[in-house]
Structures are given as C-alpha cells and as structure tokens.
Design a protein around this ligand. Structure first.
Ligand code: DNO
Length: 357
C-alpha cells in the first residue's frame, strides 16, 4: 500500500490549512517538521507530540519527518559532532515515541536545494522554480554578491540575508572537506545512530543532492546510483535507506530514475518517494513542470510502474508544484498544483495496479 502525504510547514508558517489538505482525495499523511530548531539541537518530545496531535485532530497522520537536519559540525567532523550526534539520537527516540516511522534528511554541505529563479514564468501563465547553472557560476563571493544585491529577493534555503556572513565562514570551514572526508564523516554519523534506529524502528531516508552536482566547489555525495550504493555499504539495513526524489535525481539526464527506483526498492531501502517532474531546457538548466509526463522530461508512468513492480509500500508525496490559479504560495509548496499532482499520481497507481491483477 502506498501512503500519500503532503508536505506542510506548520500552522504559523504555512498558509494552507490542514482542513484543506484533508480534502485532497487520497491524502492520509502530513510530512512535517519542527522548523525552528537549529540543526544539532534536540527536538523536545512535547513539541513533537503537540504537532502530531494537531495533525491527528485534522484527520491526518504524522509518520514522516522532513527534515531532521544534520549539522555542519557532523558533516565537517568538528569537535562538536559527538554532542550533536547524541542530540540526534535523542531526537530519534522522541520522534519514535510520538509514532514517527521515517526521517528524511540530507547531507548537502552549507546549502539545501538550490534554484536560481523561484517564480519562473511558463507559457500557460503559471510560474515555477528553475535552475540555470550560469547564475551560480563563479566564486562563492560572486554568488553571495548576486544574492545580496538582488532586487526581487533571491531567497533560497541557506541564503537568507541574515545568514550571508555565516555562509562565508561556513565555506571556510568546509575548505578541507572533500568528497572522501564528507563520506567518512557521514559513515561515522550513520554507524553511530543505527542501533537507535533499529531499536526504535525509525527508518533514515537520505534525500539526494538537489541539483545532483557539485556547486561552488562543495562536495556532493548523494548524486546517483553509485553514490547510493556507497551509502548502503555504511550499514546494510532497511533502517539506512533513501528518500528517492525523482526530480532531484532526474535533474541529471544520465540518471535512470525508474532503474534506481527498481534497484533500491527491490532491496527494501526506500521508505519514502518524492514524485515530481522537471523539464530539461539545455546544458544543465531545467524548470519544474506540472506532474504530467507530457509536461516534463520524466516519464511518470514508468516511474510509478517501477515503484509498483518493485513492491513499493512506503510513503509518497508530490513535490514542487507550480503557482497556478492566482495562488502565490511558498515556492514549490502551493496547494493547487500539488493537489493536481496527487490526483494524477494516484490515477497512475490505480491503473497500474489494475493492469497487474
Ligand atoms: C526541497 C526539498 C528539500 C528536502 C531536503 C531533505 O523542496 O526537497 O529541502 O526537504 O533536502 O532534507
């Protein structure tokens, strides 16, 4: 059974009421988080319980968290990392006590996902997020200046104006962290938390790098099937798994996304899928599209078929919708286009299921 979810940013930060989410056919899960707790600190059990109770009062469930962020100290391997790992373990225990089954996280240094335009206009009058590698070319200082000087608010996770000075310092802290060192630090983290995940039945699910390529000279180690196999080798268990985001992986046209889904779902390593489409526009550029195959470069039928045939029984959410029907939502996270995406994905799933009976 596939469990359909919807990412929600909390009553104070998300303009979409839970009551509306409850009305999207097929949605039973909220993919949530406590967004104000800095990476490295413990998530208090009572706060998680309060979030869960609010979601359950709306007739939905909270079984997937996105994200419990991994601190830079852990990624860089500073003297603070062991304290942060102890805190991460306490957070896993607190989440488990509140019924959470899956933790989505990422291992991207300095920044989470990167786009160069959050309101890229499309021909049908909607807007979407896009990425043009030329706009993030150059030194980190060039890019920081571009962010600082942008009149229309070049705001992305990690690029908040109040964080720009920290960003410069962070780049220096990562100066000696290449792919090998990041991989070693990541392995250390996974091996430290796995006994807790196994004991409390919480599955870790790393999200691919988005986009899956090195930017600003920073190391990237979750880009393709080969990287995922290395991560699997840290600790071969269903608790050390993946969030397979079809858009992020598909941003590299060399990634065979249905093949990756089949391989890792087949080994029981995929508790969570984020299903979305993107359109390649040449030379590493892309924009996010409506979920339908005909609007992007991904074959969403093949993606859902790969999941079905590999025996997927985890959580799914649509991803990054466009702004349509006059909505100006959080970039990528409006109501309408994601709801349309859900209806489409569940339609594919029903049809594929019937073809297999
Ligand atoms: C962007 C999201 C990412 C994702 C994190 C997971 O919209 O896909 O921010 O939540 O990388 O840790």
């Amino acid at each position: 059974m596939l469990k359909m979810g919807f990412r929600w940013f909390g009553a104070s930060d998300d303009p979409i009421p839970l009551a509306y989410v409850r009305q999207i056919p097929g949605v039973t899960q909220i993919v949530g988080a406590l967004f104000d707790i800095p990476a490295g600190e413990v998530w208090p059990r009572e706060r998680i319980a309060a979030l869960r109770d609010e979601i359950e009062a709306a007739g939905l469930r909270l079984e997937v968290i996105e994200s419990v962020n991994v601190s830079d100290a852990i990624k860089i391997g500073t003297s603070e990392r062991d304290r942060h790992i102890v805190n991460y373990i306490a957070t896993i225990e607190n989440l488990a006590a509140c019924g959470v089954k899956v933790i989505c996280y990422n291992i991207m240094p300095v920044f989470d996902w990167i786009r160069t335009d959050l309101r890229h206009p499309l021909d049908d009058g909607s807007s979407t997020m896009s990425f043009d590698p030329a706009l993030v070319a150059g030194s980190v200082d060039d890019v920081l200046a571009r962010v600082r000087d942008s009149a229309d608010g070049y705001r992305l996770p990690g690029w908040e104006p109040e964080r720009l000075a920290d960003v410069r310092a962070l780049f220096e802290a990562y100066a000696d962290v290449d792919e090998t060192r990041l991989t070693d630090n990541y392995r250390y983290f996974i091996q430290a938390i796995m006994p807790t995940c196994e004991r409390f039945d919480v599955r870790m699910a790393v999200h691919p790098d988005d986009p899956p390529r090195s930017l600003f000279g920073l190391p990237r180690i979750v880009k393709d099937a080969a990287d995922l196999r290395v991560i699997e080798s840290f600790h071969d268990s269903v608790y050390n798994g993946f969030t397979l985001c079809t858009g992020s992986l598909g941003e590299n046209p060399a990634n065979d996304v249905p093949g990756i889904l089949r391989e890792f779902i087949g080994r029981g390593k995929v508790p969570f899928v984020q299903a979305r489409n993107i359109r390649h526009t040449g030379d590493g550029s892309f924009h996010e599209s409506a979920h339908l195959s005909s609007y992007g470069s991904a074959d969403m039928y093949e993606i859902m078929r790969a999941m079905y045939e590999a025996g997927f029984d985890g959580y799914v959410r649509p991803d990054h919708g466009r702004d349509i029907w006059g909505e100006r939502g959080r970039p990528g996270y409006g109501l309408y286009d994601r709801a349309l995406g859900i209806a489409y994905l569940l339609g594919l799933w029903e049809a594929i299921g019937k073809q297999h009976t």
